[in-house]
Design a protein. Sequence first.
Length: 166
Amino acid sequence: MPGRSYQKITMEDLKQLGQIARRDRENLFKRKPGLGQLYSGRLFAVALCQGAALHYLDGKNGIKDFDVWSFYREAPERTFPYRRLVHMDFGNSKFGKTDDTPKFIGRRVDLLGRSLRATDFSDPIGVLRTYLAQGKTTSAKRLAQKAVILIEPEAFLGSVVWPVLF
């Protein structure tokens, strides 16, 4: 497919995506201190999702852009803004450019976030698998159609959340 990169995504690439997501979160919480008070300490997972995550698994799907999701323990006061979508530049790399983002020098990174309800967040893979398997939201249904690969917590870097491969 034109416009896609078929380069392999490495652990170092996942770490770079994690750094991009971290900078975005820091900027968001600085600009919106009320949201930062609620959510800056509630992050439990960051994941590469959708087509690029599927490419990480099969090497065949290709990468149009990178979808990186930050998942939070839901605050009782309010949910994380589910419509928030930020585009950032991966930068000059082996992945080339995203065709529809000419102002970027590299692939576009789409940054999204969700707050989830659960009673035990000690197993981020389990929490995310439950969210995806239940498919109660449009986002959960869409994410479950492809793949989810953990970026954070660091101890789980590169772990396959979805599809469940037993």
